[in-house]
Design a binder for this molecule. Structure first.
Ligand code: PAF
Length: 283
């Protein structure tokens, strides 16, 4: 079946009519679709009768020094991926369609949006939550799928759905990795071969941390790998490595029991990468 491309609210209404009966899952994306997105779409098929994908590079979630203008835009290839994965509707609005010129109201990500990743990207999570709420309002899915790769984003979207009583189920999908451990990301395509070799230190640090049992040992092991990576050529420039509570993203103490998220963010050359792993801590 052909993919229906909807560019605005009116197209979306027609697309919903064309789908007929059945539940709908939405996979929100910024395009540049890769194997990780394919896994989100496949998971979406397990949760609903029909799958929609949104493709929108959201200006609101990029800071002045972020990569908005160079963010990869590969719409034709993305449509092919969607067709191959039996996506029924692709919602691809323009920025003018999404945002009124005199826009006043947005979603605040609260304190949780200002810590960990949020401390390095002021306003980023407000922009993410605002666009996600708008996409959910426009597409009106029963289920929405987000990758665990953006763990704080997923936690904040779950929090928004709970705090604002959104009538949608939020489903998290596991991170997809290259065989050597590199987490798939649309930004990986910026990396030169030597930069990619250095970038492997992120997943290596997470594996080293996850092999330990206590919060202090986990962080020590991860930091040791990242310290070595700072001496590579090209070097890894660490923004943070933190062990945080999966729901609040506040750092966990030595007495923490249960799951924690070991999260890392670093720059290699001009490319900023994030990764994380869930670590069980038995106390
Ligand atoms: O994870 C992403 O690709 C984006 O942050 C999202 C959720 C599509 C919002 O723009």
């Amino acid at each position: 079946m052909d993919v229906i491309v909807a560019a605005d609210r009116a197209d979306l209404v027609k697309a919903r009519d064309a789908l007929g009966e059945g539940s709908l899952a939405l996979v929100p994306t910024m395009g540049a679709l890769h194997e990780g997105h394919r896994s989100l779409i496949r998971l979406a098929h397990e949760h609903a009768d029909h799958v929609a994908v949104s493709i929108f590079v959201n200006p609101l979630q990029f800071g002045p020094n972020d990569d908005f203008s160079r963010y990869p835009r590969t719409f034709d290839a993305d449509l092919e991926v969607c067709a191959e994965e039996n996506v029924r509707v692709v919602f691809a609005p323009s920025a003018d369609e999404m945002y009124l010129p005199d826009r006043q109201i947005g979603v605040s990500s609260g304190e949780m949006g200002t810590i960990a990743e949020g401390a390095f990207r002021p306003g980023h999570f407000d922009g993410v939550l605002t666009v996600v709420l708008k996409l959910l309002n426009l597409v009106q899915p029963d289920v929405a799928i987000f990758g665990q790769k953006d763990a704080q984003q997923l936690a904040l979207i779950r929090r928004m759905a709970a705090d604002l009583n959104l009538p949608v189920s939020i489903v998290g999908a596991p991170t997809v990795r290259e065989p050597d451990g590199l987490a798939l990301s649309s930004r990986n395509r910026y990396l030169s071969a030597p930069e990619r070799a250095t970038a492997l230190s992120l997943s290596k640090a997470l594996r080293a941390g996850a092999a330990e049992a206590t919060p202090s040992a986990i962080l020590r092991a991860a930091r040791a790998v990242l310290d070595d990576a700072a001496r590579l050529d090209p070097p890894l420039a660490l923004d943070y490595v933190e062990l945080v509570d999966p729901k609040t993203f506040k750092p966990v103490g030595e007495a923490h029991e249960g799951e924690a998220v070991l999260a890392v963010a670093a720059k290699v050359g001009t490319t900023r990468l994030i990764d994380n792993v869930i670590v069980p801590i038995s106390g």
